[in-house]
Design a protein around this ligand. Structure first.
Ligand code: GTP
Ligand code: MG
Length: 176
């Protein structure tokens, strides 16, 4: 909301979106790129939970997404059910240059399905698409998995910003 907007009747929507996936796939950098246009080449593993609120406009209405980011590493994760509670959207992230992170997507989807309490709009995200020369997962494999699981799909790069905004906004629009 800008200055001076305080007294206007503003219809507001706040949606919770969670980001999940293995450690070091780039979850925190996707969020910092989207919310603050920042990227950190040497970011530390997330401990516990962090979140950022980001606004966008849909059909002339202000829609806010509260985007939650947690640790991919089991030992740093907070109470799982609380993380997923009330989430309407999810980005399930793997790293296109590390095949094991793609192979673990099924486990993340299972955890999401176990703990979510509503219908969740889901986007499969193949991050680090700037790393073409060391790619281990093809675009077609990503697409095929997304299709079979009923997810949206997009390859992104938090480093060079490719599709980051689009990936978040497709999920948020789907919720809305
Ligand atoms: P956890 O918090 O441990 O779960 O990891 P994370 O998924 O939050 O990963 P994070 O965002 O911390 O990124 C891990 C590493 O990958 C960092 O060195 C980032 O700079 C790097 N990285 C993140 N996104 C990209 C990307 O799109 N391209 C490239 N080349 N590197 C990236
Ligand atoms: Mg992190």
């Amino acid at each position: 909301m800008g200055m001076g907007d305080d007294e206007e009747e503003v219809e507001e929507y706040l949606f919770k979106v969670v980001i999940i996936g293995d450690s070091a796939v780039g979850k925190s950098n996707l969020l910092s790129r989207y919310a603050r246009n920042e990227f950190n080449l040497h970011s530390k593993a997330t401990i516990g939970v962090e979140f950022q609120t980001q606004s966008m406009e849909i059909d002339g209405k202000e829609v806010k997404a509260q985007i939650w980011d947690t640790a991919g590493q089991e030992r740093f994760r907070a109470v799982t059910s609380a993380y997923y509670r009330g989430a309407f959207g999810a980005l399930v992230v793997y790293d296109i240059s590390r095949r094991s992170t793609f192979e673990n997507v099924g486990r993340w989807l299972q955890e999401l399905n176990t703990h979510s309490d509503t219908t969740v709009a889901k986007m499969l995200v193949g991050n680090k698409c700037d790393l073409q020369n060391i790619r281990e997962v093809s675009v077609d494999e990503g697409k095929a998995l997304a299709e079979s699981e009923g997810l949206f799909f997009m390859e992104t790069s938090a480093l060079d910003s490719t599709n980051v905004k689009t990936a978040f906004e497709i999920v948020i629009k789907e919720i809305y």
